[in-house]
Design a protein around this ligand. Structure first.
Ligand code: ADP
Ligand code: MG
Length: 406
């Protein structure tokens, strides 16, 4: 579509073209949701045969710093969105000269830098952990009152990358040497009871819709398991949604955004903000009336948001490279559990800690969904004996039979 024909109203109807910056699994699942609704999708990233590119109409391989390539991409689409935050803000500025861009620069710039993000939370009087921005070894030594803590790079971190735990002052020097950055943030370690997230969406009309909170369990600082309903009490759930709404309104965010929280007794603290669909929200595909990916499409296209209510208890377990049994995963065993769904992202190489896919389990209770998602993951990597699988299948079938007939 030429620039002259671009929608001015902010409304991009099915049949229009969505441009996606980034091409990972979040882009893939957003693209699939967009395709269901009749949109065309063009993906732009430095990669080829990418998770999102495999399902998009057009995959463009380009550098985010290549203004000409970005302009050509943006001219072909009606609205540009993104699926990861480690993008130069200038890429959004360039795209914005030729197409609508959601989320916008304010949202991206504040959430891609931990220092700006934490200061923004402080300014908004939103509770978060104690922190100090540090630019030298000297700064870090002066901040040692915050220990034990975690030293994090302010940019480019994800899945625990760019983070070093510092337990006591004796570790300060080696931590500063190994983080290799000119600016970092030292966060005091939060002794939380559990972690949860709120995924929400906001459109150009200011309509806001949040999913109920989702409980998250991490292993080695990488999300491992999520489930919903969460174990958060109703009052704190409402408070967390209110905080999420305040953040989105302050940043004028259009699109899906996720706020990660720590729950400590009757207090909740914001951990971080992701300006896009989130790993913990994958379970909304099966568990909720509208998935976070469809919601992203609706929000960035200026459409009314879908219902966020939950249909039944649901859990999600990530599949990392190490869960795939050295390239011989037993998918059939996981799939023989009738309430389990397998999602794979089309990544060619299984590398340790790389997100290759995820499993979703639907059942009657949280305890059951969580157990089933973990059993399915074990079965994928289990040795020759499928006894555990047989037991899990029998139990799952009897649960479903009970749901149908009792
Ligand atoms: P990432 O961008 O890698 O997700 P996070 O800041 O969310 O970075 O850190 C990953 C995980 O590490 C968190 O979900 C939490 O489990 C743990 N973590 C991070 N910061 C803290 C903190 N200040 N106190 C306690 N745990 C933390
Ligand atoms: Mg995080």
């Amino acid at each position: 579509m030429s620039t002259a024909e671009k929608p001015k109203s902010g409304l991009v109807l099915p049949g229009g073209t969505i441009g996606m910056l980034g091409s990972g699994q979040l882009g893939r699942m957003t693209t699939i949701a967009a395709k269901y609704m009749g949109y065309r999708v063009h993906v732009f990233s430095p990669d080829k045969d990418s998770p999102a590119g495999q399902v998009a109409d057009v995959e463009i391989q380009g550098d985010y710093a290549d203004t000409g390539a970005l302009e050509a991409f943006a001219k072909q689409v009606d609205v540009v969105t993104l699926e990861f935050e480690n993008l130069p803000v200038a890429a959004l500025e360039t795209a914005g000269r030729h197409a609508l861009v959601h989320p916008g620069i304010a949202t991206l710039s504040k959430t891609q830098n931990r220092s700006l993000e934490k200061n923004f939370l402080k300014q908004q009087a939103i509770p978060t952990c104690q922190f100090q921005i540090v630019r030298s070894l000297q700064d870090l030594k002066l901040a040692q009152g915050l220990l034990p803590g975690i030293l994090k790079t302010t940019t480019d971190g994800y899945d625990g990358k760019g983070q070093i735990v510092i337990r006591d002052p004796a570790e300060i020097e080696s931590a500063w040497q190994s983080i290799q950055t000119s600016e970092a943030i030292l966060e005091s370690f939060v002794e939380f009871d559990f972690e949860f997230s709120v995924v929400a969406a906001r459109n150009s009309a200011g309509q806001f819709a949040a999913y109920p909170a989702i409980t998250n369990e991490h292993k080695n600082q990488i999300l491992d398991v999520s489930y919903s309903p969460s174990n958060l009490d109703a009052g704190l759930n409402d408070k967390a949604i209110e905080i999420t709404r305040d953040i989105m309104e302050a940043l004028d965010t259009i699109g899906v955004l996720c706020v990660e929280f720590f729950c400590c007794g009757d207090k909740i603290l914001v951990n971080e903000i992701a300006p896009r669909p989130h790993n913990s929200g994958h379970l909304t595909i099966e568990g909720h009336v509208t998935s976070q990916f469809e919601q992203q499409v609706r929000a960035v296209c200026g459409l009314p948001l879908g219902a966020t209510c939950q249909k039944q208890p649901v859990a999600m377990a990530n599949l990392l490279g190490q869960h795939l049994n050295d390239g011989q995963p037993h998918w059939d065993r996981a799939l023989s559990m009738p309430g389990v769904k397998v999602h794979l992202y089309g990544k060619a190489k299984a590398v340790a800690d790389r997100k290759m896919g995820h499993l979703v389990a639907l059942a009657e209770t949280n305890a059951q969904t969580r157990a089933d998602a973990l059993t399915a993951r074990e079965l994928i990597a289990a040795g020759e004996s499928a006894d555990a699988g047989d037991r899990a299948v029998r139990r799952n079938v009897s649960t479903i039979v009970k749901q149908l007939f009792l």
